[in-house]
Write a protein that binds this ligand. Structure first.
Ligand code: CO8
Length: 296
């Protein structure tokens, strides 16, 4: 019988941005979007199969806010500790979007302390997912830029909806920001050095067919079959002897994980000093305004 567990996250955060003095938030961008206390993650865990499906359900675009990341990490940790849980499928409940990546409002007009706290949570998400003992599959049923792409890259296998309106990639340079070394390393480990060089410098967002071609995703399926194919694929992966698969996964990923583990504090300091620069704050504001104008 499926056991549904909705893990609740942190208490609500302040509703307004605190201005750091580095780039004052423009009035139109000062609303904290994800301040709802409703769960941002829903976990359906089937104890008979040992497979959990994690649905991201943070409207409108599953952006990775501090609350969202905290809830996600708690959810992953609980599953990881349950020795009966062997597989995790990550998908989105939002139409058209897997995840829009890091919540830009978390990086705009915030104090250095708050930026540091946010970045630590981003690191934690990556360490937990990339280092997970479970078999992990991303069921990518919508667009997945930047941090959304990173999240899917942490998984062992990626299945994407074959819809040319969707795209996936590490597009950070298009926002005027730089993907950190561990984003880059995860991408290199997946698509190789040359593809990463092109993808990261140009901030490329790939249509599903292009993503499949460079190995950024492993399989394309019709949109309404993404979750079903992920479940079938998981069943196949779970036939492999668990201990051997886990050791192999760890052998492949440990050097990359260790690089961040031994540099966490310096990486936080780098992020904070970079993101709070006036010029970077200006780029983020312009990007957010561009997103809003695109809608109008
Ligand atoms: N953060 C916060 N708000 C967002 C984000 C985001 N990442 N993405 C979209 N939104 C907001 C939009 O502004 C819009 O707000 P409103 O309703 O108030 O106007 C709302 O969400 C809906 O957005 P759209 O209308 O654009 O929705 P669509 O369904 O048309 O498109 C997309 C969905 C494709 C996801 C589109 O919104 C998009 O492209 N978003 C931007 C994605 C992006 O570029 N993310 C990058 C984030 S940075 C990151 O993840 C890594 C940073 C590494 C940092 C390194 C520094 C050192």
């Amino acid at each position: 019988m499926a056991l549904r567990a909705a893990f609740r996250g942190r208490a609500g955060l302040p509703g307004l941005l605190s201005c750091s003095g580095h780039g004052r938030p423009s009035p139109s961008l000062t609303t904290q979007r994800n301040n709802s206390s409703s769960p941002k993650i829903k976990v359906d865990y089937d104890q008979t199969t040992g497979v959990a499906v994690m649905h991201m359900q943070s409207p409108p675009v599953n952006s990775l806010s501090l609350d969202f990341l905290t809830e996600l990490c708690i959810g992953v940790e609980k599953l990881e500790m349950d020795k009966g849980c062997r597989g995790l499928i990550i998908t989105s409940s939002q139409p058209k979007v897997f995840s829009a990546g890091l919540d830009i409002l978390e990086m705009y007009g915030k104090s250095p302390e708050r930026c540091g706290e946010f970045w630590k949570a981003v690191q934690e998400m990556w360490l937990k997912l990339y280092g997970s003992n479970m078999t992990t599959i991303a069921a990518i049923n919508g667009s997945s830029p930047a941090g959304g792409c990173l999240m899917s890259l942490t998984c062992d296998y990626r299945i994407m909806a074959d819809n040319p309106r969707y795209s996936i990639g590490l597009n950070e340079t298009q926002l005027g920001i730089v993907a950190p070394f561990w984003f880059k390393d995860t991408m290199v480990n997946t698509v190789g050095h040359r593809n990463t060089e092109l993808a990261l410098q140009l901030g490329l967002l790939y249509k599903p067919a292009e993503a499949l071609k460079i190995g950024l995703v492993d399989q394309l399926v019709p949109e309404d079959q993404v979750l079903a194919v992920a479940a079938q694929t998981m069943t196949k992966w779970l036939t492999i002897p668990e201990h051997a698969r886990q050791i192999t996964k760890s052998m492949m990923r440990k050097p990359t994980l260790d690089k961040l583990r031994s540099n966490r504090e310096a990486d936080i300091q780098n992020f904070v000093s970079f993101i709070t620069k006036d010029s970077i704050q200006k780029s983020l504001r312009m990007y957010m305004e561009m997103l809003k104008q695109k809608k109008a």
